[in-house]
Design a protein around this ligand. Sequence first.
Ligand SMILES: [Zn+2]
Length: 252
Amino acid sequence: MRTEALVLRAIDFGESDRVLHLLTPAAGRLTAIAKGARRSVKRFAGSLDVLNRVRIEVAPRRRAAAMARLEQARLVHWHPGLRERPGRFALACYLAELFDRLAPEGAAPREAAALYDFGLRALALIERAEPDPRLRVLIELRALDALGLRPELERCVRCGREPEAFHVPEGGAVCGACALRSEGVVRVQRGTLRALGQALRLDLENLDRLGLGGVALAESRDLVDRFQRFHVGIELRSAPVLGVLGLGGGSG
Ligand SMILES: [Zn+2]
C-alpha cells in the first residue's frame, strides 16, 4: 500500500529498527515497523520523526497478528514552525497522542480521510499560532469532535430547551429544570456554551480568532477536562507538559 501518513509516535526498537504509530488517510491509525530505520538513509532518509508528514509504502501483513512493515518513507513536510516554539510543539504532540490513543485502526476510507485532513489542518493552525490556554482548549474540543466525541452544546439534550449547565455523563448541555433532576451536572454560563458551540461550527482555520476569556475560558477548560476524563478515560502523557508551559490544566 502506498499512502501518506502523519507520524504520531516513533519508538526506537532493538538495534536499528523503529516502530511507528501513523495516521493515514487510507486506513486510519496504523502501526508499522521500519526495519533498519536508523541505518537506512536510502529507504527512510531520516523522515521518521514525530509530527512529520511522509509518503510511505507499506508491505501487506503476512499474518493477522504481525505488525505492518514499512518499506519506504519520504518526507513531505516536517512542520518546522511547530519546532520553533515549545508551546507549539507541546500542543502538537498532545494532539498526536490524542489521535494515537483514539483514532480507529482500519477505519473506513471516508472516516480515515476526514480524520487525516483534520490532523493536517490542526497542525497547520498550531504551526502559525501563538499557543495559549484558549487555543489549547478550543483545538482539544475540535479534536474530540473529529474523533467522534462531539458534545451537544446548543440545546438541552433531554428536552431541547435553552441550556444552562453541562451533563458530563450524557456529554451534552441541559436546561435548568433538567439539571435539577440529574447527577454529574456542572453549572456553566450560557455565554460559555455558546462560545464552545461556535467553536464546533467554525472553520478550523479561523478557530484562533474566537474570543474566550476570564470565566468562559476557565469554565471551558473545566468542561472539556471533565468531558474528556469521563468519555475518554485516559491520562495523556503529554498533558502535564502543557500545564508546565502555561497552556492550561488537564493533567488530572
Ligand atoms: Zn431540559
